[in-house]
Design a protein around this ligand. Structure first.
Ligand code: PLP
Length: 447
């Protein structure tokens, strides 16, 4: 219904418009040649605009560029700022901490308080801190292999868990294959990582009953390959099979924390053995945590007793520094509250209803998916059931054209697929503007 020619026409027109209203972003590229490819981190090039928008500042759910464009921000730092940019309580706490020391390599009283808050919110009694979610996932994998004495892990096809070597195996033509985009990968990850499709109970059963999997590392709902919801009963089957086979179940809730207070596991079940939360837990300050049950903690302690002292391969110097502890503690007390989730979920419902109405009105065979405050429109008729279906449903050129059209109307989506985040400070007006611009975009694509 939307032709390739129309997509190309809209993309070209929007690129031209972007050029005309963002002169400083182009000038910035010339001034930033000291960075490899003109950006301090190469992902920053992965936006659909001709050059990246250059941020000047951000507050609440609004971002301002150096060209003076003001954006309704539904990207929110790709989840790092899910709870809004610079919440006042966080800004004040960080400013205070900044003059009291930033990194001591010592525990603090505030840290102790934080551990009890984490336990209360997420239901796990024991916690450790890392600097990123990637690092937390790597630590968890190492612990699981250590305590289970098994080399292999299992992940789901199309998953993303950060810069975690072990999780970069996909299914290609039904066979495991290393992700082709990896840089400098020399070990064959397929020796120690097994992969099955999400929602494939048969394949999951066959692999886990082999009895050689240390842990399953999973998002309870896939959010990085578009969105793939768990089929009814799938997660319960996963839990049961893990129990039956002595496999540890790890939920990476870095994104699915959008589900509701306590994350997907707390809201919908089942309870994993370990969980990881990164990005938004520190409000944008680099930090992450992983939590685990008493049983797992006892096994970790026993493993620690049995090894010689020295490098464990887990943790880095800045892990649990004072700034990170202060950030997380403030977020849990002041910002990540049940009331905040109430606002986010109401806003997300408004967004879903608005987008669905526009899609139906335009007669498009698209649909909208939702994981709490995380909303996504997918340009295919039915929800994909697994990673391969989700990949097949993607239309990168169409997505890029829509993103750029929206950016030119002051709306920022995450650069990866069509993800939109609703924060506790996202207003109804912002949501309505997004829905209106989406409708305009669809009209332009159908002209
Ligand atoms: C589910 C999930 N886990 C972990 C990560 C890694 O987070 P970070 O890049 O902050 O280490 C990501 C990043 O997008 C993610 O989506």
């Amino acid at each position: 219904m939307i032709s390739e020619a129309a997509i190309a026409r809209v993309a070209a027109r929007e690129a031209e418009h972007f050029r005309s209203v963002n002169p400083r972003a182009f000038a910035h590229r010339a001034a930033a040649t000291g960075w490899f490819q003109s950006v301090p981190f190469h992902w920053m090039k992965d936006w659909p605009s001709p050059v990246p928008i250059v941020a000047a500042s951000a507050k609440d759910a609004t971002l301002t560029s150096i060209d003076g464009q003001i954006y309704d921000d539904f990207c929110l730092g790709d989840t790092a700022s899910l709870f809004g940019h610079s919440p006042p309580a966080l800004a004040a706490a960080l400013a205070k901490q900044a003059s009291e020391g930033l990194s001591y390599m010592l525990p603090t009283e505030r840290g102790a308080a934080l551990s009890t808050r984490l336990a209360a919110m997420f239901g796990f009694p024991q916690w450790q801190v890392t600097t990123t979610a990637s690092e937390a996932n790597r630590a968890v994998i190492r612990w699981c292999r250590g305590i289970n004495g098994r080399a292999k892990i299992l992940t789901f096809n199309g998953a993303y868990h950060g810069a975690v070597d072990d999780a970069f195996v996909d299914l290609k033509d039904d066979a495991p294959a290393m992700r082709a985009s990896l840089i400098g990968q020399v070990h064959d990850l397929r020796d120690t990582t097994t992969v099955v499709e999400f929602n494939d109970e048969q394949a999951l059963t066959a692999v886990l009953r082999g009895g050689d999997i240390a842990c399953v590392l999973a998002e309870p709902v896939m959010t990085n390959v578009g969105m793939v919801r768990d089929a009814p009963g799938f997660l319960q089957t996963l839990r049961r099979l893990c129990d039956e086979t002595g496999t540890l179940l790890v939920f990476d809730e870095t994104h699915s924390i959008s589900s509701g207070y306590g994350g997907h596991g707390a809201v919908h079940g089942p309870t994993p053995d370990m969980m990881v939360i990164g990005k938004s837990i520190g409000g944008g300050v680099p930090c992450a945590v992983y939590g685990f049950s008493e049983t797992v903690a006892a096994r970790m302690a026993a493993l620690n007793m049995s090894r010689p002292s020295g490098h464990s391969g887990i943790g880095t110097t800045l892990s649990a520094n004072a700034l990170a502890i202060t950030a997380m503690d403030t977020m849990l007390v002041e910002v990540i509250t049940p009331a905040a989730y109430g606002h986010m979920l109401r806003g997300a419902a408004r967004l879903v209803a608005g987008l669905e109405e526009e899609i139906a009105g335009a007669g498009l065979d698209w649909h909208v998916a939702q994981v709490g405050a995380r909303v996504e429109f997918l340009t295919c008729p039915t929800p994909p059931r697994n990673g391969n279906e989700a990949k097949a449903a993607m239309h990168p050129e169409l997505e890029a054209a829509i993103h750029l059209f929206l950016a030119n109307r002051g709306i920022l989506l995450a650069p990866f697929h069509n993800m939109m985040l609703v924060s506790p400070v996202t207003s109804e007006d912002q949501i309505d503007r997004l829905v209106g611009a989406f409708a305009d975009c669809v009209r332009a694509l159908k002209e």
